[in-house]
Design a protein around this ligand. Structure first.
Ligand code: GDP
Ligand code: CA
Length: 304
């Protein structure tokens, strides 16, 4: 079976691990709306979360970044008065150095990502949604901020009034994305933040159109458990922007794009207004078994 997963960073990457455990042919299409320049380097946090998770190099305890990370460069940069608001570890920095140089030499982000995946021994294909510049902006009562300034810099404390994708209208899918979607037996939307992880991928018109025109099922996994995000602002954003945190509110983010929504058992009593099939299971990815079981629940949407 061939599967394409649209994914954000940490939450999405965990799910991708489960999918890769369960099926052989997986292509992950990652969000690049979070990409940011720090200390002159091109950082792609979501692509890197996926790379590290699929390479088995992610720090499970901290929940992001690389296992065994150290912070000497950042500490030294701080002593020099350099910017330190965005936490880049020493090992992580090596990836950003290599990526930034390759981009400067004219490589595309998808070429660099493929090169990194190969070097890290990651077999599934990881593609950025687009090789074009696409950046997420967050409108709040305190003003509009570039995504990472709001998320990391301000600790996503501001309520969100609107989300905008600079460059989205003209961005085209990275090479290989539409081909993988056309060849897939199943399309999956990871349990990532619908507004700031999946929406920037869907802002690429070619990807959204391919989903609309799909001939195979598309299944989304809800990032909420008991109406609450496991981590991050997805629940607050849904409450404010969609008017609630039920499965129907999550599914409404993907209107016309999905055939089923995987929801947690704790949300199964509240399926009112859900206009796609619900697949009810336990969705908390506590370990490799739980990740695989969740992936298999979503994969069950394809008739054997
Ligand atoms: P980011 O780009 O690193 O912020 O990560 P994502 O957008 O891919 O994932 C963040 C979302 O993952 C949050 O809304 C969490 O609620 C969700 N999430 C994290 N762990 C789990 C889990 O074990 N189960 C489910 N259902 N959602 C999860
Ligand atoms: Ca992200």
């Amino acid at each position: 079976m061939k599967v394409v997963v649209l994914s954000g960073g940490v939450g999405g990457a965990r799910f991708c691990q489960g999918v890769v455990d369960a099926v052989d042919d997986v292509t992950v299409v990652g969000n690049v709306g979070d990409d940011v320049e720090v200390l002159g380097l091109h950082v792609s946090p979501d692509l890197d979360s996926i790379l590290y998770a699929l390479a088995g190099m992610n720090d499970e305890e901290r929940g992001w970044g690389r296992a065994g990370e150290t912070w000497r460069v950042l500490e030294t940069a701080a002593e020099l008065g350099g910017e330190t608001w965005f936490r880049l570890g020493d090992l992580d920095l090596a990836v950003h150095l290599v990526r930034t140089q390759a981009l400067r030499d004219g490589a595309t982000l998808s070429q660099v990502t493929a090169r990194l995946a190969r070097a890290l021994g990651v077999r599934p294909t990881i593609l950025p949604a687009t090789d074009d510049r696409l950046r997420t902006w967050i409108a709040t009562p305190a003003g509009e901020f570039p995504f990472q300034e709001w998320f990391v810099g301000r600790g996503h404390r501001d309520e969100v009034d609107a989300v905008r994708f600079e460059g989205g209208a003209s961005a085209t899918p990275a090479s290989g994305v539409l081909e993988a979607m056309a060849a897939a037996d199943l399309l999956l939307l990871a349990p990532s933040n619908p507004y700031v992880s999946i929406a920037p991928i869907l802002a690429v018109a070619g990807i959204r159109d391919a989903l609309m025109a799909r001939r195979v099922p598309c299944v989304a996994v809800s990032p909420l458990i008991g109406g609450r995000a496991v981590k991050g602002p997805a629940d607050r954003m849904l409450a404010r922007l969609a008017g609630g945190t039920s499965p129907a509110h999550v599914a409404a983010c993907y209107s016309g794009l999905i055939d089923a929504l995987v929801v947690d058992e704790s949300d199964a009593a509240d399926l009112d207004g859900l206009d796609v099939r619900a697949i009810v299971t336990r969705t908390l990815m506590v370990d490799a078994d739980a990740r695989r079981r969740l992936a298999e629940a979503a994969l069950g949407a394809v008739p054997a």
